[in-house]
Ligand binder design. Structure first.
Ligand SMILES: CC(C)(COP(=O)(O)OP(=O)(O)OC[C@H]1O[C@@H](n2cnc3c(N)ncnc32)[C@H](O)[C@@H]1OP(=O)(O)O)[C@@H](O)C(=O)NCCC(=O)NCCS
Length: 163
């Protein structure tokens, strides 16, 4: 098993992060999500959307965490992005959320995904979060398995319809 190290993202790693984000949201999504859902999520310019997303994170950086997994040769093979929000009406109102969790196909099944998640969860706890949320699309078995492994239960079902 290869040694994986987890480090905080720095702006110097932006090209790596964009590569991993596109591999998740463009390639993996296109290969695995149902066509009718892909149609609803199709972006005008995916690369530009992710540039804007990273700019948005940089502006509110105290409430965001980006972690990168590197293999023994230093290549960035995975990432996870989490954010924190507050719902004042809830008893457990400080909420960690993660949306982008990806490990390159060649590096999967080697523990990188769990290392990324546990490091993010540690940060959520340090920041006082009382619950964690995440979602994925219907049928993304890899994601569902990995979430179950990380201790999540399925808490909802989303519906979509094209008009
Ligand atoms: C989800 C993902 C990040 C996990 O990364 P990973 O490095 O493979 O994760 P790990 O090696 O730490 O394995 C974590 C768990 O995932 C599951 N898993 C890993 N590889 C699997 C495979 N080939 N088939 C089914 N389940 C698998 C297992 O339950 C595993 O835990 P276990 O080995 O202790 O049983 C990775 O599979 C991925 O990038 N998937 C595609 C993108 C995606 O769906 N991201 C989530 C979007 S919300």
């Amino acid at each position: 098993m290869e040694n994986i190290s987890i480090t905080d993202y720095t702006p110097a790693g932006r090209p790596d992060l964009l590569r991993l984000l596109l591999a998740l949201q463009r390639d993996y999504f296109a290969e695995n999500a149902e066509m009718q859902f892909q149609e609803l999520r199709r972006e005008k310019d995916t690369a530009r959307s992710y540039e804007k997303y990273l700019d948005h994170i940089a502006e509110g950086k105290d409430d965001w965490k980006i972690l990168i997994a590197r293999n023994e040769s230093g290549r960035a093979v995975g990432m996870i992005i989490g954010s924190i929000s507050e719902d004042e009406e809830l008893v457990l109102g400080k909420i960690g959320q993660f949306e982008d969790w990806f490990v390159e196909p060649d590096a999967r099944g080697n523990g990188a995904g769990m290392l990324l998640y546990h490091e993010l969860e540690k940060w959520f706890k340090e920041k006082g979060c009382q619950q964690v949320g995440s979602d994925t699309w219907q049928g993304n078995q890899l994601s569902i398995k990995a979430h179950e492994r990380a201790g999540f239960f399925v808490s909802g079902v989303k519906f979509s319809k094209k008009l």
